[in-house]
Design a protein around this ligand. Structure first.
Ligand SMILES: C[S@@+](CC[C@H](N)C(=O)[O-])C[C@H]1O[C@@H](n2cnc3c(N)ncnc32)[C@H](O)[C@@H]1O
Length: 224
């Protein structure tokens, strides 16, 4: 018999989702991210903060075309990498890239709750939370918390609080592609509070990277 909380979370499970480039074409995703987001700057910052160790299981939620999972697995072959995304086309591109690089990654079509409870030492996510509804931001963080072993680490990169010129750039780029409703809470700086409300400890904004599409924040936290 599911508890009332589980029933609520199932009701909040996303039935639909925004694909990688919002209203744009998924085939253009990698080029757009490279050109408009200072991609290597924030992906390397994430990687450094994840600090993967051999034998660890790491799950990337909303992996898209797989760039981060592939980068991590390439540099840390001793890690078991799980990469989850609801979008079939993005996963097809990701599998192709990993296949060409000869990397074994556990690709899964679905949402954060496809990762078994207490199974990962680290959970990562990049550029996902700005394009999901507020209720899904909450339920995804709850599922990521559950997926971690006690003491496990969260590393999240996404558009965070925007101010001044960054707010304007965010408005005319990301918000044009992904809409206002899901993106505005991020621009107002909601992420650290939501992460803490999901039960995480030691929530910290570790970096803020200004890009042509707005400021990307890198946040870390731990499961108790
Ligand atoms: C902007 S892309 C980011 C992809 C990748 N993480 C990266 O860093 O390039 C956002 C991805 O989140 C996925 N997504 C959308 N809603 C999601 C949800 N509720 N849970 C997990 N992934 C989701 C989309 O399918 C898309 O691939």
């Amino acid at each position: 018999m599911p508890s009332a909380l589980e029933t609520d979370e199932r009701a909040l499970r996303p039935q639909s989702f925004t694909p990688p480039l919002g209203t744009g074409d998924t085939a253009d995703y990698d080029r757009a991210i490279r050109r408009w987001t200072r991609e290597l700057r924030w992906r390397h910052a994430m990687l450094w903060l994840v600090a993967p160790q051999p034998g660890e299981t790491i799950a990337d939620i909303g992996c898209g075309t797989g760039s981060f999972a592939i980068m991590l697995k390439q540099l840390h072959p001793g890690v078991s990498m799980i990469a989850v995304d609801p979008d079939e086309e993005a996963l097809r591109l990701a599998r192709g890239k990993a296949g060409r690089a000869g990397l074994a990654i556990d690709w899964r079509q679905g949402f954060a709750d496809t990762v078994a409870p207490a199974s990962a030492e680290a959970v990562t996510s990049s550029l996902v939370f700005h394009q999901v509804p507020l209720a899904v931001k909450r339920s995804s963080l709850a599922a990521m918390y559950r997926a971690l072993k006690p003491g496990g680490r969260l590393v999240l990169a996404d558009y965070g609080r925007q101010s001044g010129l960054m707010r304007l750039l965010f408005r005319v780029t990301v918000q044009r592609l992904d809409g206002i409703e899901d993106t505005q809470p991020n621009a107002d700086g909601v992420l650290p509070r939501l992460i803490a409300e999901a039960g995480f400890a030691a929530v910290s904004e570790r970096d803020r990277i200004h890009t042509a599409t707005g400021t990307i924040a890198i946040l870390t936290a731990r499961r108790h």
